[in-house]
Design a protein around this ligand. Structure first.
Ligand SMILES: C[S@@+](CC[C@H](N)C(=O)[O-])C[C@H]1O[C@@H](n2cnc3c(N)ncnc32)[C@H](O)[C@@H]1O
Length: 332
């Protein structure tokens, strides 16, 4: 039986580790909590984060890590003997070449088990080489969280993701849901390469088959595909592409792509009347979003809002000013 102080220590460590992997500096420690962060507990924290084989292989953003440990030191230094490895780690960060800083690895903890981590190589820059797809956006976290909370809707289904970006949502679904297959698509070569790298990090055992149109990673059971699908260029969209479900996150932001996007959706609803389509959005510009809803109407597509107001398995910011998940279907 664990006594209450061990439980307190474990909860505190878990909370700190989760905050670290979330990439957040929003934490504070009460004097009683600092008291528990002895050398031994600091060792456990380091082992679960920067000393772990996973983080050594896939390093987190060093700007963030530097700020995180500096903040931790503000709490620790007056009250605790600080673990040497914290200082060593900070020194190693200072030596790092800043050139390598634009890409780093995010470690997204799924659920409560700190071993359930999705590793995504990404940047914090909003636009890289003309694409917004090289970082994981908040809507991707929200959509993955909603899908994991509604796993039954996706069971044994063939899923297609539009505008996947670096692939967090698709990879998380592939890892945690009993789906048949998922095809991650995007229009940018760099993004497609990043998706392939990220699949390889998270499914190192899967074998890769390269076809002329798509790459497929499989464990012999589930298939993860990666394919170029540019909404502006759908003349050659294969007729064999018949997903049961389409998903997308943060793909409604540019007025110029609303029509091509609705056109792609219409192509799929025409091929399969019972297709399910879910799109997660952060509404930055009310006019663009309203224009999207009007464009859906022009394409004879209906939509309904789905409520998702909590963090279940994937942490996302529920306090975002305006967000929504919509389900789209054909009017006929
Ligand atoms: C804001 S990012 C969202 C990425 C990811 N879904 C997420 O939420 O993290 C928008 C994505 O849509 C893709 N995109 C933009 N225009 C596109 C088009 N015409 N065809 C296909 N994908 C497009 C971009 O390359 C980018 O990956």
């Amino acid at each position: 039986m664990m006594n209450s102080s061990t439980t307190f220590q474990n909860d505190l460590l878990r909370r700190l580790v989760k905050v670290f992997y979330k990439g957040s500096l929003q934490f504070s420690l009460q004097p009683k909590e600092v008291e528990f962060l002895t050398w031994e507990q600091q060792q456990k924290f380091l082992d679960a984060t920067v000393n772990s084989e996973r983080v050594k292989k896939y390093p987190v953003n060093s700007d963030f890590a530097r700020l995180f440990f500096k903040k931790l030191l503000i709490y620790l230094e007056p009250r605790q003997e600080v673990h040497d490895d914290i200082y060593c780690y900070l020194c190693s960060l200072m030596e790092k070449d800043r050139e390598n800083e634009s890409f780093y690895y995010r470690h997204y903890v799924i659920g409560e088990d700190l071993k359930n981590v999705i590793i995504i190589k990404e940047t914090k820059n909003m636009v890289v080489n003309g694409t917004t797809g090289m970082k994981t956006w908040e809507a991707a976290l929200m959509l993955a969280d909603w899908v994991l909370s509604n796993e039954a809707l996706f069971r044994n289904k063939k899923i297609l993701e539009l505008g996947s970006g670096v692939g967090f949502t698709g990879i998380t679904i592939a890892k945690h849901c009993k789906i048949n297959s998922i095809l991650l698509t995007d229009c940018h070569e760099d993004v497609l390469n990043a998706i392939c790298d990220n699949i390889a990090f998270n499914f190192p055992q899967n074998s890769l088959t390269e076809g002329s149109m798509k790459k497929e990673f499989t464990d012999g059971n589930k298939v993860l595909g990666v394919m170029m699908l540019d909404w502006d260029n759908v003349q050659n969209l294969s007729n064999d592409l018949l997903p049961d479900v389409i998903i997308g996150s943060d793909i409604i932001y540019d007025p110029s792509i609303l029509k091509p996007l609705c056109n792609v959706i219409k192509i799929f609803t025409s091929r399969n009347k019972s297709i399910e389509i879910y799109v997660a959005n952060i509404i930055r510009n009310e006019d663009t979003y309203k224009q999207f809803l009007r464009t859906l109407d022009v394409f004879e597509l209906d939509h309904e809002e789905i409520s998702h107001t909590k963090n279940a398995s994937v942490e996302w910011d529920v306090n975002i000013h305006k967000y929504t998940i919509i389900r789209i279907k054909d009017k006929q």
